[in-house]
Design a protein around this ligand. Structure first.
Ligand SMILES: [Zn+2]
Length: 184
């Protein structure tokens, strides 16, 4: 979507193969990716949709912590399913925070977007850091908690709590957003 009055955008974090159905897949990750696909199909005409993809260089310093994953140019770093079809912009990133070293902030500002709805994988790592990045750049932050997944459910729940407490994030479900943006 582009050029309409609404100042909101959805940022879907890292629904790439290594996280959805590859080396870091979880029970929830595939369900989240499939639900996100259906959700975007409904709302992408009403809201800007930005997809981020973890896309590392070989021997990226982050691999000391997690081991090799999402190496740019390999299938593991490609977006899952048909997600790309519903996006206005794809941001490749090498760090947890999708704002860091990317043109995400510039893109949002050029479109005069002031409110972001964030979801994706993992809740406590790239989603949380990206929401933090949005908060410190002055965006109104929202977390679509039922379109997020972590390696374990406790880490997911703790992260959602932290985002609400530390950054004033509003928690909402994807159904609530559909109720706002999808015409009945
Ligand atoms: Zn990574």
């Amino acid at each position: 979507m582009s050029g309409t009055e609404d100042r909101g955008a959805i940022i879907v974090v890292d629904l790439v193969h290594d996280f959805v159905d590859g080396i870091f897949k979880t029970e929830r990750s595939l369900e989240v990716a499939r639900n996100t696909e259906k959700f975007l199909e409904k709302v992408s005409k009403k809201l800007n949709v930005i997809l981020t993809r973890d896309a590392h260089i070989e021997d990226d310093p982050e691999f000391k912590i997690w081991g090799p994953h999402c190496i740019d140019g390999t299938p593991g770093a490609e977006l899952y399913g048909n997600l790309a079809k519903f996006s206005d912009r794809i941001i490749s990133k090498r760090h947890y925070d999708a704002f860091f070293d990317s043109d995400l902030d510039g893109y949002l500002r050029a479109r005069k977007i002031s409110r972001v709805y964030i979801c994706g994988i993992s809740t406590d790592i790239c989603v949380e850091h990206t929401l933090c990045g949005a908060f410190f750049r002055g965006y109104e932050v929202n977390i679509i908690s039922d379109l997020c997944a972590s390696l374990d459910i406790r880490a997911h729940e703790d992260a959602v709590k932290r985002m609400k407490v530390l950054y004033g994030a509003r928690e909402l479900s994807y159904k609530e957003l559909e109720d706002i943006y999808v015409e009945k």
